[in-house]
Ligand binder design. Structure first.
Ligand SMILES: Nc1ncnc2c1ncn2[C@@H]1O[C@H](COP(=O)(O)OP(=O)(O)O)[C@@H](O)[C@H]1O
Ligand SMILES: [Mg+2]
Length: 262
């Protein structure tokens, strides 16, 4: 289906979604309407506290909006019946990766299937990993096939990120969300992580929304950047139009006392 102008229908559409946390003085996200086309690689920028994690959690169906609606591939998240449907549509890499450190790598990778497997199969998988070949193939793509049986906590930080990406590749959702996946990495590792994530997303036709702080990485790896400030949309532009000035100003806002920001 296409509209009259021939544009593909959006993979992600938010219609006036908003969120305020109980007891917070201001809403974390003011009503926001955005649309993201299939295959786009979108950076989410904004100073700390601007609502990036809140938006990603809303898109992942982890929290519910106070008002408005999120639809992925035309399916309103509020109407999805099963965890399986949600896990086929969207997957999120948290900043802390959420790996189980004492389990072997293969179990963490195949955890990407849990949303799609029934309970019995999931429990059986803890004893004898199902789909070993699947896990091996994605780990090989990440260059760490030799770590498949190793205890996850024994891997380096960079290797653990790869395990987190491998888990997402096994889940294979249409929309991949990543919340500051490079925040705790040195510049070389950050570059490597984003290069891997964006290449895998492009190769498999996935849509990616990733929150990032570095103007350099935003420009190098993303096609579009959405800037948030204090829960409001500040700008939404192709990265070619995201001048250093525009991005710097967004982060400079963080340094200003609240009364200066209108
Ligand atoms: N669970 C929560 N309870 C109360 N306030 C929250 C909660 N999570 C986030 N906030 C507040 O909502 C705002 C947006 O936070 P967040 O979405 O985490 O921003 P970001 O990811 O850009 O740093 C901030 O003011 C933050 O303090
Ligand atoms: Mg955050």
């Amino acid at each position: 289906m296409s509209d009259a102008a021939g544009a593909p229908p959006p993979l992600v559409a938010t219609d006036g979604v908003s969120k305020a946390y109980a007891g917070a003085p201001a809403p974390a996200l003011a009503p926001l309407s955005i649309a993201v086309a299939p295959g786009e690689i979108v950076a989410l920028a904004g100073p700390s506290g601007s609502g990036k994690t809140t938006l990603l959690n809303l898109l992942a169906g982890i929290i519910q909006p106070d008002a408005g609606q999120v639809a992925i591939a035309g399916r309103p998240l509020s109407q999805l019946r099963s965890g399986r449907e949600l896990s086929e549509l969207v997957g999120l890499i948290h900043q802390q990766y959420d790996l189980v450190p004492h389990l072997p790598v293969i179990h963490n990778v195949l955890a990407g299937r849990l949303g799609q497997w029934g309970l019995l199969r999931s429990v059986a998988s803890l004893v004898w990993p199902q789909e070993r070949q699947t896990a091996l193939a994605v780990l090989a793509q990440m260059g760490i096939a030799d770590k498949i049986n190793e205890r996850t906590s024994h891997l380096s930080g960079g290797e653990q990120q790869r395990v987190a990406i491998a888990r997402l590749m096994v889940q294979s959702p249409r929309l991949i969300l990543a919340d500051e996946p490079v925040a705790s990495l040195d510049p070389a590792r950050a570059d490597e992580m984003l290069s891997l994530l964006t290449a895998l997303a492009s190769a498999s036709g996935k849509t990616l929304i990733v929150s990032l702080h570095s103007p350099h990485l935003i420009r190098q790896y993303c096609t579009r950047v959405i800037g948030l400030n204090r829960g409001r949309l500040e700008f939404d532009v192709p990265t070619s139009a995201a001048t250093a000035d525009l991005l710097d100003r967004l982060y400079d806002l963080e340094q200003l006392p609240p009364e200066v920001i209108v």
